[in-house]
Design a protein. Structure first.
Length: 334
């Protein structure tokens, strides 16, 4: 092929490729411009929708709060201040003996009637109780009972010591104080307002040495008690003996419930009739649970404190035998 024609064909091919590339580039630019405009429009619309949604949500909350105020005013009620709401929650926990979740649910149900904007959650109520507990523990350090003529160097209080309450994997050592002259100065039995918590400790297990250290710190702050009221645990016996060796002891009073349970255990634990009775209660409990008669199953009694609460089993058995005497049930019935 002559070289002029070859050059012409090569140039034509190159120009064709360049034209194709320019056309593709122009198409890509046009599509990219359209896509960018569409995305910018969508972003603007999304931002506008979000702002409108936030504005509507804020207006809705404000309208609902205003509506609750109007309804409360219509019923002659005012909005409950924060202090009053804390007092209501603590009264339901300490006086009514409701749990944290139950207190939150009760306040939620009564929110409209009481004029409460938002009922506290269980964790908030727990924080309020902890703060009140810290304040009461600090104020109990200076607690003094009525002076005793027989023991003038004591603080006039009876300390009640117990370590049977569980907290997770650990145990709580609680020391409560009550005036030694309570029954002379106040009618009736002991009540919660008359008892003061002066010390709390938590450990995986409590030994006599650890209990003695806690009691020594309390004695250093408050003085010796008029007497110690305790159960028959070996750890408390060891703690009292250690305090006696250091001349920090006080008269010890055995709890009558634990003492009676101990006597009952020594006399009845190995008795054949008692063993048959406990075995029968276990069989009845296993038969009646998860049935229509689960409501008449025997009460649960822990083996460790069985003789402290064995009267529950006796009361239950007496009632069941009264309602269903022997031979009164049909053959094959539960």
């Amino acid at each position: 092929m002559p070289w002029p024609r070859a050059i012409a064909l090569t140039w034509g091919y190159v120009m064709s490729q360049c034209s194709t590339m320019h056309h593709s580039r122009d198409q890509w630019k046009h599509k990219a411009t359209q896509r960018g405009e569409r995305e910018r429009y969508q972003r603007k619309q999304s931002a506008r929708f979000k702002a409108e949604r936030d504005r509507v949500t804020t207006a809705l909350k404000a309208t609902q709060a205003h509506l609750r105020q109007l309804e409360a005013q219509l019923h002659g009620l005012a909005t409950v201040p924060k202090v009053d709401m804390v007092s209501l929650a603590l009264q339901r926990f300490f006086v009514a003996r409701l749990g944290f979740r139950a207190v939150s649910r009760v306040l939620t149900l009564l929110a409209l009637v009481l004029g409460i904007h938002k009922a506290p959650c269980p964790q908030t109520i727990i924080n309020w109780v902890i703060r009140l507990t810290i304040v009461r523990l600090d104020s109990a350090r200076t607690l003094r009972g009525f002076p005793l003529s027989q023991a003038p160097f004591t603080n006039g209080l009876i300390w009640m010591i117990d370590s049977s309450i569980g907290l997770g994997m650990g145990k709580i050592l609680a020391v409560l104080a009550v005036d030694a002259h309570h029954h002379q100065r106040a009618p009736g039995a002991l009540s919660v307002p008359r008892v003061h918590c002066i010390g709390v400790g938590v450990a995986d297990s409590w030994t006599g040495e650890a209990m003695a250290e806690v009691l020594k710190r309390l004695i250093a702050q408050m003085g010796r008690p008029a007497a110690d009221l305790k159960d028959g645990g070996s750890a408390l016996h060891t703690a009292v003996a250690l305090l006696e060796a250091q001349r920090l002891d006080s008269p010890c009073l055995d709890d009558i419930a634990h003492a009676a349970a101990g006597m009952l255990k020594r006399s009845s634990q190995s008795h054949p009739a008692f063993e048959r009775f406990v075995s029968a209660c276990g069989r009845v409990s296993g038969t009646l649970k998860h049935t229509l008669l689960a409501c008449v199953a025997p009460p649960t009694v822990r083996p460790k404190a069985r003789f402290m609460h064995v009267h529950r089993l006796f009361t239950w058995a007496d009632r069941v035998l009264t309602l269903s005497p022997p031979g009164g049930a049909k053959r094959g019935s539960i």
